[in-house]
Design a protein around this ligand. Structure first.
Ligand code: MN
Length: 313
C-alpha cells in the first residue's frame, strides 16, 4: 500500500490574533505542532519543530526514526530558547506520523495534546493519549471524560517539546489498511468537535482529504473557533509504495499536496520569515529599553526641577 491523497490546513480560528500552529504534509511523513509561549515564542517553537522535521523527514524509516526526528526538533527549540531569552520557556506539542507502505505500518510519535485519529470503515478511533492534566485525571479516575471536556484546565499539557534539554516521546506503530484515513490535529479542532462531528465533517468531504480538511476547519469555526485549528489528513491506497529517494517521489508528493500549495510552501519560508521576525525583535528589545530609560530620566529631571522650583519659592 501507499499514501494516496493527503492535505493539510491551518487556520487562526475566530478568537486568536495569531496562528501558533504549524504542520508538515510531506508524504509519507506528516506532523502537527501547536506552539506555546509569550509574544511570538509559540509560533517560533511550532515552526522550528516543523522545519526541523521537514528537513530530516526523509531520514526516518520507522518508529525509532520518528522518535529521533522529534528529539532533534526538541534540541533545536531548546537551544534556540537558550540563545534568545525573549523566547525562554517556549514550547510546542508535536504529533508526527510516518507511513511505511512496504510494511503496511504507520509509526506515530507524539508529545503533548495534538492528536492522531484513524477513520476505518466509518469508525473514528483516537490513536494517541493526550499528555495533559485532564487526560491524567481521567486515567486516574478523578474526572470523567465528559468532565475533562469542560474542564477549565483542559488545555494544560504535561509534556512539551523544547521546554527541557531532553524530551520523552511517546511512540507506537499501527497496522494500516487500504482505505484508512488518518487525521492529525491540534486541540483547536478536538476541543471544538466531538468524534461524531469529526466523522460528519470528513463525510462532507466525500472521500477527498482536502475537502474534508476544509470541512473540519469550517465546523470548528462554526462551534466558536476558540483556538488555532490545524488538520492534516491522509489516506492509504492500493499500490506500490513511493520510492524512498528524494528524486523519485517528488512528482506524486507535489500532486498529492496540490490542494494546499500555499500552506506547504509556507513552511520552508516560515523559517526565514521567523528568523527575520526574530532579528527585528532583537532590534526592538534594546530600542524599547533605551526609550524606557530616556522616559525615566526625563521624569527624574522634571521631578528635580519641580522640587527645586518648590524649594526656591
Ligand atoms: Mn492549541
Amino acid at each position: 500500500m501507499r499514501v494516496g491523497r493527503a492535505a493539510g490546513v491551518t487556520d487562526t480560528g475566530r478568537r486568536r490574533l495569531r496562528n501558533e500552529d504549524a504542520f508538515v504534509c510531506e508524504p509519507p511523513f506528516f506532523a502537527v505542532a501547536d506552539g506555546m509561549g509569550g509574544a511570538r515564542a509559540g509560533e517560533i517553537a511550532a515552526r522550528l519543530a516543523a522545519s526541523a522535521l521537514e528537513e530530516r523527514a526523509a531520514l526516518a524509516r520507522d518508529e525509532e526514526g520518528v522518535v529521533e526526528l522529534i528529539v532533534e526538533a526538541n534540541r533545536r527549540i531548546w537551544e534556540r530558547a537558550l540563545a534568545d531569552p525573549s523566547t525562554a520557556g517556549m514550547g510546542t506539542t508535536l504529533t508526527a506520523a510516518l507511513v511505511d507502505g512496504e510494511q503496511g505500518q504507520i509509526a506515530v510519535g507524539h508529545v503533548g495534546d495534538s492528536r492522531a485519529y484513524r477513520l476505518r470503515d466509518g469508525a473514528l478511533e483516537q490513536l494517541t493519549t493526550d499528555h495533559s492534566l485532564v487526560a491524567e485525571l481521567v486515567q486516574s479516575g478523578v474526572l470523567t471524560p465528559e468532565e475533562a471536556e469542560r474542564h477549565p484546565q483542559r488545555s494544560a499539557i504535561t509534556r512539551a517539546l523544547g521546554t527541557e534539554p531532553t524530551v520523552e516521546v511517546e511512540s507506537f506503530t499501527v497496522e494500516g489498511k487500504v482505505g484508512d484515513l488518518y487525521l492529525l490535529c491540534s486541540d483547536g479542532l478536538s476541543t471544538m468537535l466531538g468524534n461524531d462531528d469529526v466523522v460528519a465533517a470528513i463525510e462532507e468531504g466525500r472521500g477527498d482529504p482536502a475537502a474534508a480538511a476544509e470541512a473540519l476547519v469550517v465546523a470548528a469555526n462554526a462551534r466558536g473557533g476558540e483556538d488555532n485549528i490545524t488538520v492534516v489528513l491522509f489516506e492509504l491506497e492500493e499500490g506500490e509504495p513511493e520510492v524512498a529517494t528524494d528524486v523519485e517521489p517528488a512528482a506524486p508528493a507535489v500532486a498529492v499536496t496540490r490542494s494546499e500549495p500555499a500552506l506547504t510552501t509556507d513552511l520552508p519560508q516560515s523559517n526565514a520569515s521567523e528568523t527575520g521576525g526574530d532579528v527585528s525583535r532583537h532590534g526592538a528589545g534594546p530600542g524599547g529599553r533605551a526609550a524606557a530609560i530616556a522616559l525615566l530620566v526625563t521624569i527624574l529631571v522634571l521631578g528635580v526641577l519641580v522640587l527645586y522650583w518648590g524649594i526656591s519659592r
